[in-house]
Design a protein around this ligand. Sequence first.
Ligand code: GDP
Length: 319
Amino acid sequence: MNGQETLRALVIRGSRNLFTVRLECSGEEMECRIKGKVLKQVTDYYNPLAPGDIVEIEGGQILGFEKRRNEFGRFNQKGNAQQILASNVDIVFCVTSFSSPPFRPRFIDRVLLQADAAGIPAAIICNKYDLAGEIDPDAGLDIEERLSDYERIGHPVFRLSAKTGEGLDKFKSFAAGKFSVLTGQSGVGKSSLLNIISPGLNIKTGAINEKYKRGVHTTTQGILFQVREGNVSTRFVDTPGIRRFALAGIPPEDIILHMKEFAPLAGKCSYGLSCSHISEPGCKLMEAVDAGIIHEDRYVSFLKIRQELSGNTGYQDND
Ligand code: GDP
């Protein structure tokens, strides 16, 4: 016995070895380093711990973390490794906007796929609904069509405006009591949304590249926020806005299993598991596209993501 008490704490944010944690016993926040700099449980990740992890602290140092229920991550291209954005989460929200920046279904498909592979339900927030009337009517109809399709296949969709407050109550009551991760492209309005949900947070908005650059913290880590209303505690991890969501840890042959409307068709083609889903007769995926069961654009996403994860090539667009 060394006489020091072991305490449980929740990771709020952190860089590679300095973490802000909240002690379970007192609610006090403190900064801690990992004892011996390396956690035994962690091998090839970009970051050893993420917001949502429950850690053991002794003498102000982190000894280890509790087994995770799940982990939501992405591929960190700079670090060339898988990065965990949050762990132990209930739901992933992919935040997009009707306009400014433009709506990007390919980004959504990547986030939905990564969440499904982690066994986490995912929903879509389409912010800046107040701008819906200002965009080209055909583009607006396309966005509506895509959003309805996501709802059809089973992902909740929230059309709202952080500016006017429209649609916000529905989202707030859905998120209440849950632990959510918000991920989206820079500028879609994640910070504005979080500020409305909890005005006390005062997260900087607009200054896209500045808000994560405080102190020793790097620009790539998520931050956990907690909002209490009555005895309901709602938690969010806000992740830094990113240009492109790179997938991590998903073998190309598993993509089909993690896209909701594709999964029931896996292995059902005439050529079974060897079907490339591009030209074969009796391909159930292509038949489903023709029958309207798979949206054509989701099929394009499927092909692009598979090509990218297979490492063959030229896939360099910003989707
Ligand atoms: P983040 O990078 O996703 O955190 O986005 P911010 O919350 O910083 O917002 C980016 C810009 O979009 C800011 O200028 C906000 O004022 C603006 N914005 C956020 N939400 C809305 C909205 O619902 N409607 C409109 N018109 N602008 C918004």
